[in-house]
Write a protein that binds this ligand. Structure first.
Ligand SMILES: Nc1ncnc2c1ncn2[C@@H]1O[C@H](COP(=O)(O)OP(=O)(O)OP(=O)(O)O)[C@@H](O)[C@H]1O
Ligand SMILES: [Mg+2]
Length: 284
């Protein structure tokens, strides 16, 4: 399956921040799958930015290189992809302690915002992969990926923001085929679809939360969504980062629950789909 998140392509803002319910949940895989979904939906200049890449020595390939490798394997030409890192730190820890061990200052949030704006000017899809989970500090000044998402959202023109992730998500949640056939995810039934712009506004910004299908995910996912929505982040939906080929009953039950989440702060957040475990291996 080359394009596991194809159903979510219409929901992608021009800029998509990818965060997780935890570290190691498959954010990098989901970011790659979103790049692939974007490419097959007609985005031709795709940038992937990792503000803080921890746990890296020298020229080790980081997450953005993994995204490029996976996207290439799924048919995205390398010329369509730009990859960039904000800062590289040695230890596999949250950025503030990792920076302290390396003896360097962390880049301020404004530097990441500037970089994202620069990438927006020359790309029609900008994917930003956070570090760890939602409330991991990025900059030594207590700012998180949620603060970065809000800062980038605030730069979007008001009318574009109003047509942004919330409306796109509502439209998608009403479509009967969202995620269907992608790990068997079913959509939230509802009234007729509302019009969703096929091409998002130039500055529309949304955030995707990547979650595990395993025990504990419901609490982690709900807490993460509540934290994002509480901070005013436009959440497009949830993606399962690594969906097993042979799911057990618990994983299926979790997937079904995530596909029909209760309202959180007055919003219904859809499950956008799942990345099959092993996706990208041997050209799949
Ligand atoms: N769909 C998938 N298929 C195969 N392996 C996967 C998949 N998703 C995740 N993995 C594996 O799980 C581990 C974590 O995945 P990934 O690196 O995408 O997580 P992450 O959330 O980006 O982690 P980090 O917080 O370090 O950035 C990796 O070893 C990766 O190979
Ligand atoms: Mg990653």
């Amino acid at each position: 399956m080359n394009n596991p998140l194809s159903a979510s392509a219409a929901l992608l803002g021009r800029t998509v921040l990818v965060t997780g319910a935890d570290t190691d949940v498959g954010k990098t895989y989901a970011t790659a799958a979103l790049a692939v979904a974007g490419w097959y939906a007609g985005r031709r200049r795709i940038a992937v930015y990792k503000p803080q890449q921890t746990g890296m020595r020298g020229e080790d390939p980081g997450d953005v290189h993994d995204v490029a490798r996976l996207a290439l394997a799924a048919g995205v030409p390398s010329a369509a992809l730009t990859v960039a890192e904000g800062q590289r730190l040695t230890e596999p820890m949250a950025p503030p302690p990792a920076a302290a061990i390396d003896g360097v200052e962390l880049l301020p949030l404004t530097a990441h915002v500037r970089k994202i704006v620069e990438l927006q000017e020359t790309h029609d899809l900008v994917l930003v992969e956070g570090s760890g989970g939602v409330l991991v500090e990025l900059d030594g000044q207590r700012h998180t990926i949620a603060d970065l998402a809000v800062a980038v959202q605030e730069l979007a023109p008001q009318e574009t923001a109003d047509q942004g992730a919330t409306q796109q998500r509502e439209a998608a949640a009403r479509r009967a085929d969202v995620g269907k056939g992608r790990a068997g995810v079913t959509a939230t039934p509802g009234p007729a679809p509302v019009a969703t712009p096929a091409t998002p506004g130039p500055a529309s910004v949304s955030t995707v939360l990547v979650a595990r299908p395993d025990l504990g995910t419901l609490n982690h996912t709900l807490l993460s969504l509540e934290a994002l929505l509480h901070r005013g982040v436009h959440v497009a939906g949830v993606v399962l980062g690594s969906w097993p080929g042979d799911p057990d009953r618990l994983q299926e039950s979790n997937r079904d629950y995530l596909a029909d989440l209760p309202e959180i702060r007055g919003e219904r957040i859809p499950l956008l789909g799942a990345v099959p475990r092993g996706w990208g291996a041997s050209g799949e």
